[in-house]
Design a protein around this ligand. Structure first.
Ligand code: TGC
Ligand code: FAD
Length: 386
């Protein structure tokens, strides 16, 4: 029987291989992660062992070629992100940061030695990576970063603080962006390097099944071989962000779809005024409108994936997807929550957990304001960020 949420039969636009990858990821998650994710969220933990499980599943750096990575299409990677975020944004975030920020920064800008050293272990989930761009005083505006790397003989000495770093407290290697006399450069900082420490951020109301940390660098001495040789300006970290933002375009559809599914299921069984609440026109309006929005978001994601595969995807097009799909997903998660009444505030149901997580997704990887300004820049030719 056709899934009622697939009103437009969007899976017919996918290849058999793409559908198989999506189904494999969804099946693994429903058996191994979905049953536990609400309790991880409640406890504010993400078990480290999950990394190796996700490595075996093949989703870590899955869109990269070589070095133990699966080398799938961009769309297959997007579909995996969709299924991961349908479970919890924190799980998708783990995979985004590992594959699209940590691994991608090494894959794209690293030396052959750095790739050989880190990529196979990161792909297998035997090592965990993080990506430190944001600082306490520079979030949307990373060009102002204060973290400095200064040459000292053949070495570099790094000082500074990065904050809100996903996977920071778990990471075996951090990609850290720092200002040098020649401009912004990237460095690989292994855990255990003297002067490098991490502190996890507690009391989060969002992304609770995810580790978010501060990275502190106090006279961290690194050899020249720790610098990413091909990263020569702020353009390098911003290029990495394009990869992660692309995954979020799909991930947001997953959170929205899962919220809508919960509302649809609930509305068919919850009886009020002697009828299932699904029989009320106002409930059907909510369900129908959300179905249209989820379908729109998915079609947009598919279009961007095809552009990415054709090699023509532009940053402002990713901004359209990130802005639209995350704004749409959070509205859907909140609307779905209302269909569940009081039960909607319980962790037994997913919509409010998704909505809370999406508060972070709305902010990270460029806030909605930043993406609107990026679209505005493309439209007018005028950069209005500053
Ligand atoms: P601007 O002068 O515009 O740009 C500097 C250089 O970078 C180039 N560029 C890009 N290149 C590739 N992709 C993009 N998206 C790019 N955006 C800009 C630009 O062409 C220029 O190149 P060049 O060679 O001419 O020097 O820089 P700006 O300082 O005016 O800033 C532009 C702005 C505001 C768009 C940028 O700073 C920005 O995107 N800010 C948002 C910061 C952000 O998104 N941080 C995310 C941190 S990582 C994270 O949140 C992970 S969350 C966990 C998870 O993903 O799950
Ligand atoms: P600010 O930049 O201070 O923005 C505050 C408000 O001002 C926002 O509404 C913003 O839209 C608005 N604003 C800012 N500039 C403008 C402007 N020019 N015009 C109009 N409005 C503007 N960072 C990493 O480097 N690595 C990570 O792994 C990572 N993981 C994260 C995980 C979580 C759970 C969260 C919440 C954040 C994470 N971040 C990470 C940080 C994230 O990228 C930043 O929070 C984000 O870039 C916004 O920066 P900020 O929080 O400093 O907000």
């Amino acid at each position: 029987m056709q899934d009622p949420l697939e009103l437009l039969d969007i899976p017919s636009l996918l290849s058999d291989e793409e559908r198989d990858i999506q189904a494999t990821v969804a099946a693994y998650l429903s058996g191994h992660v979905r049953p536990h994710v609400a309790s991880w969220f409640e406890a504010g933990v993400l078990p480290r062992e999950l990394a190796q499980e996700l490595g075996k599943l093949g989703v870590l750096g899955m869109h990269l070629q070589g070095y133990g990575c699966a080398g799938t299409s961009a769309l297959a990677y997007g579909l995996a992100c969709l299924e991961l975020e349908a479970v919890d944004s924190g799980i998708r975030s783990f995979v985004s940061v590992q594959g699209s920020l940590s691994m991608y920064s090494i894959w794209k800008y690293g030396s052959e030695e750095q790739k050989q050293e880190w990529l196979p272990r990161l792909a297998a989930g035997e090592a965990i990576g993080c990506f430190g761009l944001t600082e306490p005083d520079f979030g949307s505006n990373p060009s102002g970063m204060r973290t400095r790397a200064v040459r000292d003989g053949a070495d570099w000495v790094l000082n500074g603080t990065k904050t809100w770093i996903t996977n920071g407290g778990l990471a075996d290697v951090a990609t850290v962006w720092a200002r040098t006399e020649e401009g912004i450069r990237g460095f690989l900082v292994p855990r255990g390097t003297p002067g490098f420490s991490t502190q996890d951020i507690k009391q989060k109301l969002s992304m609770r099944a995810s580790v978010t940390s501060e990275l502190v660098l106090e006279d961290v001495r690194l050899p020249e071989s720790a610098r990413l040789p091909l990263a020569t300006s702020l353009r390098a970290p911003l290029t990495c962000l394009n990869e992660a933002r692309f995954g979020i375009v799909f991930g947001a559809v997953g959170a929205a779809r899962d919220s809508l599914q919960a509302a649809l299921d609930y509305s068919g069984t919850r009886i009020q005024f002697d009828q299932p609440i699904a029989s009320f026109q106002l409930t059907q309006r909510k369900l129908a409108s959300m179905t249209v929005q989820v379908s729109n978001a998915m079609l947009l994601a598919l279009h961007l994936a095809r552009l990415k595969e054709a090699g023509t995807l532009k940053p402002e097009q990713i901004s359209v997807g990130k802005y639209n799909n995350v704004e749409s997903a959070i509205a859907i998660a909140r609307e779905s929550r209302t269909v569940l009444g009081a039960n909607g505030i319980s962790l037994e149901y997913s919509p409010l957990r998704h909505a809370n997580n999406l508060e972070s997704v709305l902010t990270y990887e460029g806030t909605s304001d930043i993406h609107l300004l990026s679209i505005g820049h493309a439209l007018t030719g005028i950069a209005a960020f500053r």
